[in-house]
Write a protein that binds this ligand. Structure first.
Ligand code: MN
Length: 188
């Protein structure tokens, strides 16, 4: 897993996004995830899952779902640095991904039937390879079991995000929930 693509696309003199910093010591027992709401040229959400010292990232054009009947296209993008997990701010005009970025949801996650980060990472690595990841999100907004399924080998970047039918599933449009930072900004 490498951050070369991430770094190639950005000028860290011009964007407030995190650059390359020494990575935090490994060994904690919970993997983290974040979902950014990104007001770029097209509003979209970005799902980022911590794995092996980076954030595996997917852009979700229509946003995440808690409805098992929906399948949301999730386009795999370049790995992001771990420090991106709490990034919030404005990427200035003229830079890659220019626009406001809010943390929409965050928390911990783990692969199905695993109890620690090590076992979880092993399963997730395997799932990435096979094009089928199943994991449990423990966020403030998104909770319960999800699957990310790669559409086909011919277009390896295209995945589908699917909510499993569990006690957290509902047929409401969760993308209508605003990011905390978005609400604060409105009140200012
Ligand atoms: Mn984005």
């Amino acid at each position: 897993m490498s951050l070369e693509k991430y770094k190639d696309k950005r000028d860290f003199e011009k964007t407030p996004e995190p650059g390359e910093k020494p990575q935090k010591a490994a060994g904690k027992d919970q993997l983290l995830f974040v979902i950014h709401k990104h007001f770029a040229s097209h509003l979209h959400f970005d799902l980022r899952l911590e794995l092996d010292g980076v954030l595996k990232s997917w852009a979700i054009p229509k946003g995440p779902t808690i409805n098992p009947k929906e399948k949301k296209l999730a386009v795999m993008v370049e790995d992001h640095p771990l420090e991106y997990i709490d990034f919030e701010g404005v990427i200035p005009d003229g830079n890659y991904g220019a626009g406001q970025v809010y943390v929409w949801d965050s928390g911990t996650y783990h692969a199905l039937d695993t109890l620690n980060a090590k076992d979880s990472s092993e399963k997730l690595r395997d799932g990435l390879e096979k094009g089928h990841l199943t994991f449990i999100l423990e966020g403030k907004i998104l909770k319960g079991e999800y699957a990310l399924i790669r559409l086909k080998k011919a277009s390896p970047k295209d995945w589908l995000l699917i909510k499993k039918n569990d006690s957290f599933a509902k047929d409401t449009d969760i993308t209508q929930v605003k990011a905390p930072g978005e609400i604060k900004k409105k009140l200012q």
